[in-house]
Design a protein around this ligand. Sequence first.
Ligand SMILES: Nc1nc2c(ncn2[C@@H]2O[C@H](COP(=O)(O)OP(=O)(O)OP(=O)(O)O)[C@@H](O)[C@H]2O)c(=O)[nH]1
Length: 242
Amino acid sequence: MESSLEFSSSLGSVSSLLTRCRTFKVLVIGDSGVGKTCLAHRLSAGEFPMRVEATIGVDFRERVLDIDGERIKLQLWDTAGQERFRKSMVQHYYRNVHAVLFIYDVTCPASFRSLTSWIEECRQNSIGREIPRFLIGNKSDLRNACRTDGQVNQEWAMSFAKAHGMMFFETSAKDPPKTRASTRLSDGEVPHQQNEVEDIVVAVGAKLKRQKKPSVTSLPTYSGSFKLPNKKRPEKEVWTCC
Ligand SMILES: Nc1nc2c(ncn2[C@@H]2O[C@H](COP(=O)(O)OP(=O)(O)OP(=O)(O)O)[C@@H](O)[C@H]2O)c(=O)[nH]1
């Protein structure tokens, strides 16, 4: 007969195997070239990829977080920015979304102007203010503090985020933000708020943790690319083992 010690230790390993966590689908959208893939890499693996190619369809990344004792899995859907690589996927992108990260490039005002179209696409796919949304200005390492032209004004971006009920971040998927001590502004330089990529992960996780009952999702549990399914995938319970 199994001793109580053996029994409880096997129970312990079973329960750790079955540690449940909630899974959330986080959509990453924005113009082509703004750095969605690089940012998704940094958010999930903490690394900046050496080589990237234009995303075709969607790439998946995952990140498991422990927030106040609860395990939360973020499934990042790194979507294609180029119309030709995304048009057949759009309806799949927007199914059962729990949060949206809107990305623009701080050195590309056109990518900021496009945000209204991305918001409109969300609206057309029933993603409104009730879904947590985050505005992220990427490539802050390329900001030239002495210039104002050809760059997205951070104050405008902040007011845009506020007007659309989004949390705002400016970051670099490539380089960590300069620390305050090493950032000495000379005359004419404009100060900018810069966030660590990790700040974004924590904010998204914390916001989603407060969600009462996330809807069910039909997500694969791996990192990689996704080929267009011909048939509708079976819906999966949102509570899964991490
Ligand atoms: N300097 C700098 N370059 C970046 C940063 N993030 C991405 N890049 C570069 O920007 C280019 C485009 O990055 P991607 O991540 O492929 O852009 P994307 O938005 O996923 O593009 P699509 O897949 O076409 O939608 C690459 O050359 C990256 O190396 C950043 O924070 N700083």
